[in-house]
Each structure stands twice: as structure tokens, then as C-alpha cells.
Ligand binder design. Structure first.
Ligand SMILES: NC(=O)c1ccc[n+]([C@@H]2O[C@H](COP(=O)([O-])OP(=O)(O)OC[C@H]3O[C@@H](n4cnc5c(N)ncnc54)[C@H](O)[C@@H]3O)[C@@H](O)[C@H]2O)c1
Length: 344
């Protein structure tokens, strides 16, 4: 029988309940051994539903000391990503940390250094890399059929974290989240654009605004124009004030045609060559998901399999940091009104 990995979940809020925990509970290579949340009731509820024998904690340090976990998923408000990741690395645990990786470039580097020193795997949950439509889009772009990518546009928007997480008031507070829509959703776009093109974004000019979220100390809208290392241009943005259906798409305008990819069920991935009549709708790769109620991305099991050496990490600490550097450059640009070079 394949070896299993003892996994603990630190932070049992919306993303834990909807994505990581059900995925890990169905992962043949994972054994859920502990749950931690500041709310004991919350951690207990997750244990009862998904792994009744798992231990329950309210203090992550105690969990790291006592639970016997070999790996942890850090699913906490942004300001805790760095300290908890570093503590977990020091305890010898592999780590999957939620996006945005941390609240600063220095924090990201300390997390990478701590993982390297401890010899553990550090991954960042840039979950869009696991979406079937994006896996297909990468295959198409790498096949060369569309030729060189000349221009990229991307947008990710929804109605705001208040409609996502009942405990998510922290999303609106700068001291806890550091960023608003810019990193909550914008870092997904920065990452997927880097991942799919295989090019680095080197310069950014950006704007932010807080238009509707009363009392928020972070932005609820964000827009950036970007330049890549090979001169390709593009723009992307994110918003917490989109009404109705969520918007999530990335478009690649290439030498031989266009590729459209998004999270819409109707049109997840399609391309058109020079002749607009020539449209190809792509079948998406089958995933091995054995549960229904999430978005269909097997991030927790991907992490576990990477720790066991069964697959490559889908997003390393270094990659997570690079995507955050784009957002940090954008933040600086919005603050100064200047074009800012991305720290590579
Ligand atoms: N990859 C994605 O697509 C995606 C989607 C949503 C959220 N996220 C990220 O996941 C992280 C968590 O977001 P969420 O929506 O689950 O938030 P949430 O507010 O729903 O959950 C956070 C949980 O952490 C607990 N918590 C807070 N401080 C704690 C502490 N010190 N110790 C233990 N528990 C503590 C809270 O009680 C809460 O249950 C954020 O970084 C967010 O950006 C990622």
C-alpha cells in the first residue's frame, strides 16, 4: 500500500471547509490527524464531519508539538501566513500555505529559507494552476499552435469576501490582510499569467480604489498595466464590487489567433485561429476528484503527493513569492503614481 502522510489543518474557515478539508479527506495518501482554529467549535465541527479521530486544537504551537503531523495546511488570515509557516518548518513539517503567500517580500524569503533549512517542502496554494481549464490552456500555449503571445488581459472579480466567509471581517483590515482585492484576487491573475505564458512580468503601472466597501482600509478595486521580460504587453485587474456572477478570465492574443480561458462552466477554454469562424472548444482533462462540493481543484492532494515525491509541486515557495512580487510592485506604483520594476 502507498505510504500516507499525516496532515493537519491550521485554520478551519471558508477555504478549509470548501476546498482543502474535503479534498484531503478523500485523498488516499493523506491521513487527517489534527485541526486547529481560534474557534474550538469550528475545528471540532470539521473533525466531526471529515475525520472523527483527529485531534482538535486552538493553539497551532501546541498542534505542532503534540499532534504528530508531518505536513500542515496553513489556511489563516494573511498576517499569520509567515509566522505559522516558519514555526511549522522549524517543527519539521511540510507546508502548503494559502495565497497571498505573505504580507511582504522579506516574509516570503524568511519562509523559503526556513523550509530550505529544515529540508521540508513549501508550497503556495495558487489554486488556479490546478483548474482543468488552465491545465488545458498551458498545454495549448506550450504546443506552439498559437505562436508567440503578444498581449494578455485578465480579470478576476466577485461581490466581495463578506459574501464568501462569515468570519472574514479581517479581509477588509489592512493590518491583517495588508492588501484588498489587489492580492486577494489579483495575485491569482498575476500568477496564472506568469504560469501560462512562462514569461516574467518585469514592470507594472497600477491604480487602486476603494469604491463601495465602507470602513475598509484596503482597496476594493485594482487595475494594472504590465510589461513582460520579452517586451510583451498586457493588463489585468481585480474587483470586489462585481454584481451577479463572478468574473474570471484570461485572454491571450497571439501571433496565430486568440486563446480564451476562464472559470465559466459554459466557456472554460476555447481558442480561435486567424479566421474567427475557426473556433475550437477544448475538452478539459479529467480530474480524479472523488467529492462534489468544492470547485474541483485537488490542491490538498496535489500537495500531499508532492511531499511524498509522487508529483512535482504545483507552486513552490519561490513561485508564490514571484507572483506576490508583481502585486508588491503594483502596490508601490499605485502609491507613487510611477511605473515600478518587479523584484525578480
Ligand atoms: N486559493 C484560493 O482560491 C483562496 C480562496 C479563499 C481564501 N483564500 C485564502 O485562504 C486564507 C483563509 O481565508 P478564508 O476565506 O478561509 O478566511 P476565514 O476567515 O473564513 O477563515 C480563517 C479561519 O482562521 C481562524 N483563525 C484566525 N486567526 C487564527 C489563529 N491565530 N489561530 C488559529 N485560527 C485562527 C478563524 O477563526 C477562521 O476560522 C486567506 O489567506 C485567503 O486569502 C484562498
Amino acid at each position: 500500500m502507498a505510504r500516507t502522510l499525516k496532515v493537519a489543518v491550521i485554520g478551519c474557515g471558508a477555504i478549509g471547509e470548501r476546498l482543502h478539508i474535503p479534498d484531503l479527506a478523500h485523498c488516499a495518501e493523506a491521513e487527517l490527524v489534527a485541526f486547529c482554529d481560534a474557534s474550538k467549535a469550528r475545528a471540532k465541527a470539521m473533525a466531526e464531519q471529515f475525520a472523527p479521530d483527529a485531534k482538535v486544537y486552538t493553539d497551532y504551537k501546541k498542534l505542532l508539538k503534540e499532534s504528530g503531523a508531518e505536513a500542515v495546511c496553513v489556511l489563516l488570515p494573511n498576517k499569520f501566513h509567515a509566522p505559522v509557516t516558519i514555526a511549522a518548518a522549524k517543527a519539521g513539517c511540510h507546508i502548503l500555505v494559502e495565497k497571498p503567500m505573505a504580507n511582504s517580500s522579506a516574509e516570503c524569503q524568511k519562509m523559503i529559507d526556513a523550509a530550505n533549512k529544515a529540508g521540508v517542502t513549501l508550497m503556495v496554494n495558487q489554486s488556479q494552476r490546478r483548474l482543468p481549464a488552465h491545465i488545458k490552456a498551458k498545454e495549448i500555449l506550450e504546443s506552439g499552435i498559437l505562436g508567440r503571445v503578444n498581449y494578455v488581459t485578465g480579470m478576476f472579480g466577485h461581490s466581495g469576501p463578506e459574501n464568501w466567509s462569515p468570519t472574514g471581517k479581517w479581509f477588509f483590515k489592512k493590518e491583517q490582510a495588508r492588501f484588498g482585492a489587489m492580492a486577494d484576487l489579483g495575485v491569482h491573475e498575476a500568477d496564472i499569467i506568469r504560469f501560462l505564458t512562462g514569461k516574467e512580468i518585469v514592470e507594472v503601472g497600477a491604480f487602486t480604489a476603494c469604491l463601495e466597501k465602507k470602513g475598509a482600509t484596503v482597496e476594493d478595486n485594482f487595475s494594472a498595466t504590465i510589461k513582460f521580460d520579452d517586451g510583451t504587453l498586457g493588463m489585468f485587474g481585480s474587483s470586489w464590487t462585481v454584481k451577479g456572477t463572478m468574473v474570471c478570465f484570461t485572454r491571450f492574443h497571439c501571433q496565430n489567433g486568440n486563446l480564451y480561458v476562464g472559470m465559466s462552466e459554459e466557456e472554460p477554454c476555447w481558442a480561435e485561429l486567424h479566421d474567427p469562424e475557426c473556433r475550437i472548444d477544448f475538452d478539459l482533462p479529467e480530474t480524479e476528484l472523488k467529492y462534489k462540493d468544492s470547485w474541483g481543484v485537488d490542491v490538498g492532494s496535489g500537495f500531499v503527493r508532492a511531499c511524498l515525491g509522487l508529483e512535482e509541486p504545483y507552486c513552490t515557495g519561490e513561485e508564490g513569492k514571484k507572483s506576490l512580487e508583481v502585486i508588491l510592485a503594483a502596490e508601490k506604483s499605485a502609491q507613487t503614481g510611477r511605473i515600478v520594476k518587479v523584484k525578480l
